[in-house]
Design a protein. Structure first.
Length: 91
């Protein structure tokens, strides 16, 4: 009768972060998945502001996203900008 749910993996970010991470593989368009991943990492940055430098960048937030996901985001076209040398666009 009730929806079964677990405690959030990260209590600072909450259950919505877990749900967003679980939803990412279901997004069909790769560009949309990358944009969505940036939103996920942006939420992590907001919740863990001490990980973010003055330019708004955070390798720790990207690493944490990879850690929290039960899958490899790279399998879905989401690659950390710190692996590719690109600018961290997550906000």
């Amino acid at each position: 009768m009730f929806i079964e749910f677990e405690k959030p993996k990260d209590p600072d970010c909450g259950l919505n972060l877990d749900l967003m991470i679980k939803a990412l593989p279901r997004i069909k368009d790769e560009a949309d998945r990358v944009e969505y991943a940036n939103r996920i990492v942006g939420l992590i940055k907001q919740s863990h502001i001490n990980w973010v430098n003055t330019k708004g960048e955070s390798k720790m937030a990207w690493d944490y996203f990879y850690e929290l996901a039960d899958y490899n985001p790279e399998d879905f076209g989401v690659i950390s900008p710190y692996k590719t040398g690109q600018k961290d666009e997550a906000r």
